[in-house]
Design a binder for this molecule. Structure first.
Ligand SMILES: Cc1cc2nc3c(=O)[nH]c(=O)nc-3n(C[C@H](O)[C@H](O)[C@H](O)COP(=O)(O)OP(=O)(O)OC[C@H]3O[C@@H](n4cnc5c(N)ncnc54)[C@H](O)[C@@H]3O)c2cc1C
Length: 405
């Protein structure tokens, strides 16, 4: 689709959510640039966790023509066995069986750097020219008819909207807060540090700070916990010895109240942070991008004067609809991830009793998936302006199809 000049988006952050925004904006014909502070977008970097891709995102990847490549670089998750720290099996996680039954496809596990390389590589050459590495954004200003973005190298970008896809410790979110505060001391604001971490292994105190762990921290962690089993035969230490990349991180969680202000809107981890236990973080960010793209596409299509720039009022209204659709879904996702983390960490005796004894004996995990994760999956949107072929289908019907939303 030929990009429209009526709206120019500046996407900040070329992580897995920012790269998905590049794909959906390109397909919607939204003119954009993407600014990423790392040195390169395409270089394969060691590090980064595996990302489990859920049925709804697989459905979207099929719509974008990326599914085959993602499946080839990842692996369909097979049933997993959960063991005690001394290696005794007590529970089975058959996500393949459950999701095939409910949605017609299981989860695909991909290494995050490979996923990013694939997403970047799949963009056409002429679109990749709009993605810039070494652009560390420091300041954003809103003018009467647009936005201005400054980077540490002194470069400046001008556009009609900013899309903050710059992760949990988002600079865009900080700028949005500062702008709202400058406009009115009574403005409704997000918290300055909205996400809190209670777990790594359980932390002595919850923290809102971003802690960077060193090699030595990892070694100390392994000395304390490396004896714990990951399978009946392998201990954490065995994996650590064989690792090619490894990092230690606190698990922040939380959700902001205001997803947008003026011409600035946030997506992905900048909006919500989930603990990894439900494997929903990227999947949730992809849905943010899909819903936002649908709203912007509708805005560009519905205007009567197809040559005029879109007004700030209409942009704000579209951002409002985006938050209206996403807020309840994301709230539920954050709560579910928190609940799973507490239960799996055996935070209280009843978490231990539920996880260790009740769920394995009753087949309850499948019904927990059915109650807490499946609804978000089937409620997911696809791009309203693209055809959809080969949609997977299971016993729970998808709630949205390819129509304007
Ligand atoms: C251990 C672990 C396991 C996980 N497992 C899963 C899983 O199985 N399934 C799943 O869906 N999710 C999973 N997640 C979550 C998933 O990794 C995140 O939700 C996802 O990476 C969020 O992507 P993002 O692009 O929003 O943010 P990020 O990945 O944080 O990317 C943000 C990007 O913005 C750039 N940036 C930051 N500041 C600036 C700036 N000032 N200027 C320019 N660029 C900037 C950064 O360099 C980065 O490239 C897991 C997370 C962890 C920690």
């Amino acid at each position: 689709m030929t990009p429209s000049n009526r709206l120019r988006a500046i996407i900040i952050g070329g992580g897995p959510v920012g790269l998905m925004a590049a794909h959906t904006f390109y397909r919607a014909g939204i003119n954009f640039v993407l600014l990423e502070r790392r040195n390169a977008l395409a270089v394969f970097e060691a590090g980064g966790a595996g990302i489990a891709i859920m049925a709804n995102t697989l459905r979207l990847l099929a719509q974008l023509g990326l599914l085959e490549a993602v499946e080839a670089s990842g692996t369909h998750m097979r049933p997993g066995t959960v063991v005690t720290s001394d290696g005794r099996p007590f529970s089975t996680l058959d996500t393949l069986g459950w999701c095939s039954e409910f949605h017609g496809t299981g989860w695909v596990m991909v290494h995050r750097p490979e996923l990013m390389q694939l997403l970047y590589g799949a963009l056409p050459d002429e679109i990749r020219q709009h993605l810039f590495p070494r652009k560390d954004v420091t300041t954003i200003e809103m003018t009467e008819d647009g936005v201005v973005v400054w980077c540490t190298d002194g470069s400046v970008e001008r556009g009609s909207i900013v899309v903050g896809a710059d992760g949990a410790h988002s600079k865009v979110r900080d700028c949005m807060r500062r702008i709202a505060l400058q406009e009115s001391s009574k403005a409704a604001l997000n918290e300055e540090k909205p996400f809190v971490a209670t777990y790594r292994q359980k932390l002595p105190e919850p923290t809102r700070e971003r802690r960077r762990y060193t090699e030595q921290d990892m070694k100390s962690f392994m000395e304390e916990l490396g004896h714990a089993h990951c399978t009946s035969t392998l201990r954490l230490n065995d994996l650590y010895q064989a690792q090619t990349s490894c990092y230690l991180t606190d698990l922040h969680k939380g959700l902001i109240h205001h997803f947008h202000h003026g011409r600035i809107v946030l997506v992905g981890d900048a909006v919500n942070k989930q603990t990894y236990n439900t494997g929903q973080g990227w999947n949730t960010g992809v849905q943010d991008v899909v819903v936002l793209t649908n709203k912007l596409w509708t805005l560009m299509e519905d205007e009567t004067d197809l040559d005029a720039p879109i007004s700030q009022g209409k942009i704000e209204a579209a951002f409002g609809l985006y938050q209206r659709d996403r807020d309840p879904v994301v709230q539920q996702a954050v709560k579910a991830s928190e609940m799973f983390t507490r239960t799996e960490a055996w935070n209280h005796w009843y978490d231990w009793f539920t996880d260790r004894h009740i769920l394995p004996r009753t087949g309850g995990l499948k019904w927990i998936y059915r109650a807490f994760l499946a609804p978000a999956n089937v409620n997911a949107q696809v791009l309203g302006f693209l055809e959809e072929n080969n949609r997977p289908s299971g016993t729970i019907p998808w709630l949205h199809s390819t129509e304007r939303s």
